[in-house]
Design a protein around this ligand. Structure first.
Ligand code: NOJ
Length: 861
């Protein structure tokens, strides 16, 4: 389609104007946003039906100042070090940062838009005959820009009463070879091409939240969640792009040798609502993205530990036995999960009275050991007038509707079901109220929630989901809101948790479906994976992709949901899962039981070690979550994020950084005796287990991997806070003293930080927390409050002792170590390889205080 800009007007908060194409008129609006970002929207002049705006995803929008001029026939808008260059005919625009082109819109002329039409008549030439490819259909659709009437697929018909309304355009990332993101797909982190010479896939990436049975790996097919956000990266700069649209979307990726990555975005309906993130750093983009779409929630401490799940723990006795076996086998854990079988006939918010007769007592038994329970609450509501939720929701008229206004019926776990319409404020409110203790009988303050099947999964629907022509609040079609449905359930559950605790307790909710902004409401997991080695490996790119799309609290079912992993695979998976953001073992109802003690030795000990490693690192991990909450920086990071100028890391997704300090490489094959690890030469590295300085050759090191070892390296220059005493749950560790590991870089410097609060409430928002920076410099280790902290007034009883400080990579034995008062501290040294590890026992300092410790003696570079 040929697009021409007819006019442009400049006002402080918006740049507006008119464009037209083939006689259709549109208005547009650019907003220059704070943080080097730009929003672009397009509106039809005469609108037959409203276009759906995915407004639930936006949290903050702040505009910034700009200048503008006309030069060489282009409109040029400047802000900070960036420029927006708008061309008149064909209408297109491009962003430059520091004079270099970063992203362009409609450079390839793919921009098309099907306005809603009053008539939907199919011209003769457009009738597709049997055997003709879909391509012809698409070509005709574009050409005539008109409705082709209803569509049938797999025996289901979409009546499409409003006709066609699709939108497409191209986005080019000049001088880039890699693009990332657009989760959720089971594919590599650096996205493979789907078009052009050497295309690796034959279909575009699809974003349409679906409940996919036994999903295939290395495939652009749609999965449970969708975030239409893409990142590109090259040495020196990154750029990000978001299409805020919750309809079904397809994205083609084409890599050209110029070099550039050309992408083609197509959505079935919705709006042109585009965000351009100009960085130029990855962290700057993650910060902007989560400022606009909402910061990741700060999780409760317990949520960051080990979770034990299975479909299903069958009875109260079964659940309590699993719980006490963790004590018997001396394995810490915090949360026991109950799947759908705990309910009375899949009626959520109820209990099977025979199998779970005393839910409160059961939760309290766990709570006495500092543990929590989680029950599953799905969005489908069993059709049953004797079920209070079904009855009331019907009365309130908050179910999703058919085109004729009647309530939509479909099948899911309970059989005949109806679906709550969470786009309806009344639906959200009713849902939230169900979490009040008085409404959810048998629930206690230590019970949290799991939202599953919220794509939504409809067993009898097209592609196991809702028909697109169903109607939501204010007659919005399901096709427009599909990808946001799960997030709205997640949000309503979150609001329910807040309500039940009078806004005092931080919610914890795991969701399977997700969309732009999900991070505000909790965690997601990658759904029904399989207990195979390839699925263990795939967890890395999948989690990296959701992490950069804002959803930093994410995990994959440890062990794999389907099939029966053998003990070796399960051990390797625990070792990896322990170093990923959300760490939960889960299994399908048809699988053999696989709790960590069932495999005997040496396996039980190996599971225990993996879990204990997680627990020791909780102070470090919680600090990472607080950073994600403040800045959107992912907990799990690609090698490229931490080493953005090292091109060798760009496509790398078989290893990653867990925060800034730890490099993790899984063992991903049966019987693998050793693993090659890439250690970027920008840093020095220490083996996390032995503290030995690594000696890579040309960035690579071979690490032996007996069953008790996966390669984990500490990056020189980092400081890691830990708690090394073993307890049954994280709550019982609250007052335990800290161990601080200082891994020196080649200049004998290091820095790190710690964030501590009560781990559960919102008191941190009124300053009840510790946030300190540790620094080792000039032979002095110091702790200082970070600016946002509350210096000298650390409230709460979490200001506990540091019991041990370990300096790794010291060049010789110090002669003396003195605290701030000049008092000698007791220490020991150990030669590890060419360096010394120096351990100060009882340095007599508290984690939340400001202090310094001096090392005497001639340590040199
Ligand atoms: C599908 C979920 O993905 C899975 O984790 C769960 O166990 C089953 N539904 C049963 O609720």
């Amino acid at each position: 389609m040929d697009w021409t800009m007819k006019s442009i007007q400049y006002a402080p908060n918006a740049i507006t104007g008119q464009v037209d194409s083939l006689g259709d008129e549109f208005s547009f609006e650019f907003n220059i946003l704070a943080g080097n970002n730009v929003r672009f929207r397009l509106h039809e002049k005469t609108l037959l039906h409203p276009r759906y705006e995915a407004k639930f995803s936006i949290e903050t929008l702040e505009t910034a100042v700009y200048d503008h001029q006309k030069k060489d026939g282009l409109e040029i808008v400047t802000f900070g070090s960036s420029e927006l260059l708008i061309a008149y005919a064909p209408f297109s625009f491009e962003f430059k940062v520091n004079g270099k082109s970063q992203i362009a819109f409609n450079k390839n002329g793919y921009f098309y838009y099907e306005p809603y039409r009053a008539e939907s008549k199919i011209p003769e030439f457009a009738v597709v005959k049997e055997g003709e490819a879909d391509e012809k259909l698409n070509e005709i659709k574009t050409k005539i820009g008109k409705d082709l009437g209803s569509e049938s697929f797999g025996g289901k018909t979409d009546s499409k009463p409003r006709g066609a309304s699709s939108i497409g355009f191209d986005i080019t990332f000049p001088n880039s070879k890699h693009v990332f993101g657009i989760p959720e797909h089971a594919t590599s982190y650096s996205l493979k091409s789907t078009r052009g010479s050497g295309a690796e896939y034959t279909e575009p990436y699809r974003l349409y939240n679906l409940d996919v049975f036994e999903y295939e790996l290395d495939n652009p097919m749609a999965l449970y969640g969708a975030v239409p956000f893409m990142l590109s990266h090259k040495v020196g700069s990154s750029a990000g792009f978001l299409w805020l649209n919750s309809a079904e979307m397809w994205i083609d990726v084409e890599k050209s040798t110029d070099p550039s990555v050309k992408t083609h975005w197509m959505a079935e309906s919705g709006m042109v609502d585009l965000f351009f993130f100009l960085g130029p750093t990855q962290n700057g983009i993650f910060n902007s993205f989560t400022k606009i779409t909402g910061r990741p929630q700060l999780p409760q401490q317990f949520a960051t530990t080990y979770h034990q799940c299975r479909w299903n723990y069958n009875t109260e006795e079964d659940a309590l036995e699993v719980d006490s076996n963790f004590d018997l086998y001396d394995i810490p854990y915090d949360v026991l999960w109950l799947d759908i079988e705990h309910t009375d006939g899949k009626r959520y918010f109820t209990w099977d009275k025979v199998k779970f007769p005393h839910p409160k007592e059961m939760q309290n038994k766990l709570a006495n050991k500092g543990r929590k329970m989680i029950t599953i609450i799905d969005p489908h509501i069993k059709k049953d007038d004797n079920y209070h939720v079904s009855k009331k929701a019907k009365e309130l008229d908050i179910f999703v509707k058919n085109t004729d206004g009647s309530t939509f019926d479909g099948h899911c776990w309970p059989g005949d079901s109806n679906w709550i319409d969470y786009t309806n404020p009344k639906g959200r409110e009713y849902w939230a109220e169900q979490f009040l203790y008085k409404n959810y009988e048998g629930s206690t303050p230590s019970l949290y929630t799991w939202n599953d099947m919220n794509e939504p999964s409809v067993f009898t629907g097209p592609e196991v989901t809702m028909p697109k022509d169903l109607l939501h609040y204010e007659n919005v079609e399901h096709r427009d809101i599909h990808n946001t449905y799960g997030m709205l359930q997640h949000r309503s559950t979150f609001e329910g948790h807040l309500k039940r605790s009078d806004n005092k307790d931080r919610p914890f909710i795991l969701s399977r479906a997700f969309f732009v902004g999900t991070q505000r409401y909790g965690a997601i997991w990658t759904g029904d994976n399989t207990g195979e080695w390839e699925h263990l490996s795939m967890s890395i790119p999948m989690l990296l992709s959701v992490s950069i799309a804002g959803i930093t609290f994410c995990g994959a079912d440890v062990g794999g949901f389907f099939l029966n992993p053998d003990a070796e695979l399960l051990v390797r998976w625990y070792q990896l899962g322990a170093l990923q953001p959300f760490f939960r073992a889960h299994a399908h109802i048809d699988t053999k039981r696989r709790e960590p003690w069932l495999f005997g030795e040496p396996y039980t000990s190996l599971f225990r070690e993996a879990v204990i490693r997680r627990y020791k690192l909780l102070p470090y991990i919680y600090t990472l979550f607080s950073e994600a909450h403040l800045t959107g920086n992912p907990v799990m990071r690609s090698m490229m994020q931490e080493f953005p100028d090292n091109e060798l890391t760009f496509g790398m997704d078989d290893q990653y950084m867990f925060g800034q300090a730890l490099l993790v490489k899984p063992v991903s094959k049966a019987g693998q005796k050793s693993v090659e690890v890439f250690l970027p030469q920008e840093s020095i590295w220490y083996d996390y287990d032995t503290f030995e300085l690594a000696k890579p050759k040309a960035n690579l090191i071979e690490v032996e991997t007996p069953l008790d070892k996966i390669p984990v390296f500490m990056r020189g220059g980092c400081i890691i806070p830990r708690k090394d005493r073993q307890r049954r749950s994280s709550q019982l560790m609250k007052k335990d003293p800290y161990t601080i590991i200082v891994a020196l870089d080649s200049r004998l410097n290091a820095s790190g930080s710690i964030y501590v609060d009560d781990g559960s409430s919102f008191e941190y928002q009124s300053g009840d927390y510790i946030n300190s920076k540790f620094e080792f410099k000039d032979n002095t280790l110091s702790a200082k409050h970070l600016p946002l902290s509350t210096p000298m007034d650390v409230k709460g009883d979490f200001n506990v002792k540091i019991e041990r400080i370990v300096i790794v990579g010291y060049s010789n034995e110090p002669a003396a170590i003195k605290n701030s008062n000049g008092k000698d501290l007791f220490f020991g040294t150990k030669k590890v390889g060419d360096c010394f590890t120096v351990t100060i026992k009882n340095p007599e300092v508290l984690i939340g205080d400001e202090w310094s410790i001096k090392f005497k003696g001639n340590s040199k570079l």
